[in-house]
Design a protein around this ligand. Structure first.
Ligand code: HEM
Length: 437
């Protein structure tokens, strides 16, 4: 378990920064000790678990044997009232409220909104350019999609930068001294809080002023505010969950999109198949007609490509849980209060589950994948609440790019950095030129 208190934290961080957490930290220990091993990270004794059985056991026993466990800085910055800090009945209630906009029912309304956002983004940021930073561009886009399409709040200049200052502190040591990452993040969080509180109160006033009350604009903020009016949710809960949604959606979706394009650039045969899918969709439409949910369902191969890219490059490495009871698992006892780290790589890179796991092969998703094997979105009660929005965002973005642009990577061998989430080290610059289909 390494040195007292600090344990193997330095080795963990060192491997993480290079995006080699699995290859340099987890894999060698699996070889030495097996798929379940103990270590000490950031002061906590931690059991790292890998494999579908472990994923099933720990993810589905959320609230019964384990609870999600985030570093203190994340909790302070996301807010103690965000869904990630909630358990049991309160968690279920918040999921219900958030799920109305993010679930299947909300999708139909989201498709045209996301299409319009992508088109506007391309018109204002890509049009007339020869080179764009794909990753950076998708970050700006996913940020505005969460705010404008999901929450119904207009993005003002400077908001993204303020948000990014919060994100920079999420995994930083929670030490407050002038100029520290964490202090800057707390200051940024206060600015965001002020802005969101004023948006929520304004919406509440507007909704209470209406004769019927109601939530007819369909945006998530209105649904949450309606929850405040009905006494189902507090103002603090609304604000903290809006912050969390932006955090959860932002870097994850942009990284998934970036890696999808990286894989398409490296596999021209797959690109040709994917492109044909989009040409076929376009051929049944009149010029400028928007995409529909039905069109999304036709993007089967595109979704296989995106899924395979997320298998090889999962945006989330895994996440921490805390044992709330002594746990007997596979002949081991995990004492109460110990941390458990489940990983996506532990199944994604294992040839017990995926044949020739390091090769890119989207067609492996033609067959159903057994539960808890493919886990970029987690599983159990904390399965990603934004899965459907992420899927829409990725498919719609891919559609508009491949049908409107010829593109190529400027740095085909660009490395990936992790801080704390993975991203292409140079922002993934690509060369673009308008395409005439
Ligand atoms: C490709 C994009 C995405 C990936 C890979 C991803 C991945 C994940 C994972 C692995 C978890 C579970 C974490 C855990 O078990 O501790 C999670 C939870 C969550 N995600 Fe996502 N996510 C993505 C996009 C989104 C989007 C677009 C939203 C919302 C707009 C979102 C909202 C959430 C929320 C609210 C949770 C917490 C659920 C809970 O605690 O009940 N995610 N996500």
């Amino acid at each position: 378990m390494g040195l007292p208190w600090i344990g193997e934290t330095m080795e963990f961080y060192k491997a993480q920064r290079k995006n080699q957490l699995f290859e340099e930290f987890v894999q060698p220990r699996i070889t030495k000790y097996g798929k379940i091993f103990k270590t000490r990270l950031m002061g906590s004794p931690t059991v790292v678990v890998n494999g579908a059985d472990a994923n099933r056991f720990f993810l589905s026993n959320e609230f019964k044997l384990v609870i999600s466990s985030w570093p203190s800085s994340s909790v302070q910055l996301m807010g103690k009232d965000s869904i990630m800090e909630k358990q049991g009945e309160r968690h279920r209630c918040l999921r219900g409220l958030i799920g109305t906009s993010l679930g299947y029912a909300g999708l139909e309304a989201l498709v045209p909104k996301v299409c319009n956002s992508v088109q506007l983004h391309l018109k204002t940021k890509w049009h007339g350019q020869e080179k764009v930073s794909l990753y950076r561009s998708t970050k700006v886009l996913t940020f505005s999609i969460v705010f404008e399409c999901l929450l119904g709040i207009k993005v003002e200049p400077g908001m993204l930068a303020t948000f990014e200052r919060v994100l920079e502190g999420v995994f930083a040591p929670p030490i407050r001294f002038p100029g520290s990452k964490f202090s800057r993040a707390i200051k940024a969080r206060l600015e965001i809080e002020k802005m969101l509180i004023s948006a929520v109160r304004e919406k509440k006033k507007e909704m209470e002023g209406r004769l019927e009350g109601g939530e007819e604009d369909g945006f998530l903020m209105s649904r949450l505010v309606s929850g405040i009016i009905k006494g189902e949710i507090s103002e603090e809960e609304v604000v903290d969950n809006m912050v969390l949604l932006v955090f959860a959606a932002h870097d994850t979706t942009s990284y998934a999109i970036a890696m999808t394009f990286k894989m398409l650039a490296q596999h021209p045969n797959c690109y040709a198949l994917l492109l044909q899918e989009h040409v076929d969709i376009m051929s049944n439409k009149i010029p400028d007609e928007n995409l529909t949910l039905e069109d999304m369902k036709k993007m089967k191969y595109t979704w296989q490509v995106a899924r395979e890219s997320m298998r090889l490059f999962p945006p989330i490495f895994g996440s921490f849980r805390k044992a709330i009871a002594d746990i007997e698992y596979e002949g081991f006892t995990i004492p109460k209060e110990w941390k458990v780290l489940w990983t996506t790589y532990g199944t994604h890179y294992d040839d017990d589950y995926f044949q020739d796991p390091l090769s890119f092969n989207p067609s492996r998703f033609e067959e159903p994948i057994p539960p808890y094997v493919y886990v970029p979105f987690g599983g159990g009660p904390r399965l990603c609440a934004g899965y459907q929005l992420a899927k829409l965002n990725i498919l719609i973005f891919v559609h508009f790019i491949v049908t409107h642009y010829d593109w190529s990577l400027l740095y085909p061998h660009e490395t990936i950095t992790m801080d704390p989430l993975p991203f292409p080290s140079h922002g993934m610059p690509i060369k673009i030129s308008p395409k005439l289909l």
